[in-house]
Design a protein. Structure first.
Lengths: 141, 381
């Protein structure tokens, strides 16, 4: 186990949304890595080895996030890293682009945007375990 | 024989050898591909195999009746046109045949001309039916795509605002967070402005589409349109130390249009030229009449537009990310609106661009020969 805070990678092409979500997670004592598109997300995922990845589905006006999520699943060194997907456009994960045998859906969470931060935090804690409460500025949603 | 890549296939089903032969001859000569069959069951097999555009059927044949053949052909090839031939032409049989789906009727004996006319008329009708079906489908798809797109375009900033407000809520009134709060409020404000701009542009586009342009066209002097807009943006340009220059001729530059749409057109182009310029840059707007055309150009000294983006600039919702790749600006509707206006008025809009040097948007509109209509909004001089 790594010492210190757990690391979460957020991949989203909307800078404001990304910052807002990062702010929330940082306040809850996670280390946040930010990527603005799928390619950068994948690169940072391999480099930074996050404990959990959050990916927006619609990026650059297409469903780039689904490809990113699938690529993450195909990357051996990222095996077992939970991938959460977000979408404003869809109310559930669109199944038209998911290969039935890709096998990654079973483990992941889907959130519609805007994200219910309380639920997100609960799901993250469910995957990564309760964080130690160190920061004075921590805020419960 | 005329060889065209898209020769239409015609199937003739008749038990009379002479009819088959003459149909084959006449229609082949007219440039069609023709296959003939001597009874209903062979004919239907042929139809299934050849998927013809048109089927000529004799009503009175041994075996499967002509009426049955008509119904079955439409089960196999719903879009095929059916012409019936019969030796005992009466209104009654014609009506019966039409009821089961025949398009036209050819009484025996018929002349080569009659056959050609009826076949061509049938094929023309089929083309029209196919076209309207295609455009119906396309329209429906386009509409659905457009609504999905607009929803997403509006949802994206709305979601960001929601998430930023969520941050503000968490910050509460805690001390020392004033600057942070201000930052998140500013994020919210700029995103709500984005939403308003999208809605404004969307409505402008809908208005142009609803044909508001063609209703009242008057002679408009582009010199005045351009000068008014440049004056309105002096302050905005000044903030970035951008110089605005008008290169306008002494004589009027008249086009047929309406003042509002001309305003929207040049407003969009000039605002873009300022927004996507460099600090200390320049925006030049020129207009002149050349060979019955008014050519107006808006030139900036900005970062330019990469070649790969240029073909898509005028498409709805096409947006380019800034160099950092972190932010797209604009609603993606400004240039499509410009293009719609210019096209409606029988003109053209083009773009020239060089990376790091700047872009020129050039509008060509038919020149108007009529005097500019008196207008209460004051004159140029």
């Amino acid at each position: 186990m790594k010492p210190g805070r757990k690391k979460i990678l957020i991949v989203d092409d909307d800078a404001d949304f990304l910052e807002a979500l990062a702010f929330f997670l940082e306040r809850n004592n996670y280390e946040v890595v930010k990527a603005h598109d799928g390619r950068e997300g994948l690169r940072l995922a391999k480099m930074q080895r996050p404990d959990l990845i959050i990916v927006d589905i619609m990026m650059n006006e297409r469903t780039e996030g689904l490809f990113t999520a699938q690529e993450i699943r195909r990357t051996p060194e990222l095996e077992g890293v939970p991938v959460f997907v977000l979408s404003a456009l869809y109310s559930k994960v669109p199944d038209f682009q998911i290969q039935p045998d890709s096998g990654w859906m079973a483990h992941d969470e889907f959130f519609s945007k805007p994200v219910d931060t309380a639920e997100l935090l609960a799901k993250i804690r469910g995957r990564l375990g309760q964080e130690k409460r160190e920061t004075a500025g921590e805020v419960e949603p | 024989m005329r060889e065209t890549p898209e020769q239409e296939m015609i199937v003739v089903i008749d038990d009379d050898y002479a009819i088959r032969l003459s149909c084959q001859k006449i229609l082949t000569k007219a440039g069609f591909q023709v296959e003939t069959f001597e009874d209903g069951s062979q004919g239907l097999e042929g139809v299934a195999r050849l998927k013809p555009s048109l089927v000529v059927v004799d009503l009175k044949m041994p075996g499967i009746s002509g009426m049955e053949v008509i119904a079955r052909v439409h089960e196999i090839v719903p879009q095929a046109i059916i012409v019936v031939i019969t030796g005992y032409a009466t209104i009654g049989t014609a009506v019966e045949a039409m009821k089961v789906g025949a398009y036209d009727f050819l009484p025996k004996p018929f002349s080569p001309d009659e056959l050609r006319v009826i076949v061509n008329r049938g094929l023309e009708r089929r083309r029209l039916a196919l076209e309207s079906e295609r455009s119906e489908v396309e329209r429906a798809l386009l509409k659905r795509r457009f609504i999905t797109f607009v929803s997403h375009q509006l949802q994206t900033p709305l979601v960001a605002v929601h998430q930023c407000l969520d941050v503000l809520k968490q910050l509460g009134g805690a001390e020392g967070t004033e600057a942070k709060r201000q930052e998140w409020i500013n994020r919210c404000l700029s995103r709500t402005e984005e939403m308003l701009a999208i809605i404004k542009d969307w409505l402008a586009l809908a208005k142009v589409e609803a044909d508001s342009l063609s209703r009242r066209r008057v002679s408009v002097d582009l010199r005045r349109v351009v000068s008014d807009i440049l004056r309105a943006y002096e302050e905005m340009a000044g903030r970035e130390s951008i110089t605005l220059e008008a290169r306008l001729p002494e004589e009027p530059c008249l086009v047929k249009g309406d003042r509002t749409c001309m305003g929207v057109l040049f407003d969009n182009l000039i605002v873009n030229a300022i927004k996507y310029n460099k600090a200390g840059g320049k925006v030049t707007v020129s207009a002149e009449e050349v060979d019955g055309e008014v050519v107006a150009a808006v030139t900036d000294t900005g970062i330019g537009i990469a070649e790969k983006h240029r073909p898509f600039l005028f498409e709805e919702f096409y947006r380019i990310k800034d160099e950092s790749g972190k932010r797209t600006t604009g609603t993606g509707l400004g240039l499509p609106i410009c293009k719609k206006i210019v096209t409606e008025l029988g003109g053209k809009i083009e773009v020239e661009s060089e990376l790091e040097a700047g872009s020129t948007f050039r509008v060509r509109l038919p020149a108007s020969r009529e005097q500019e209509e008196a207008d209460s909004s004051g004159s140029l001089e």
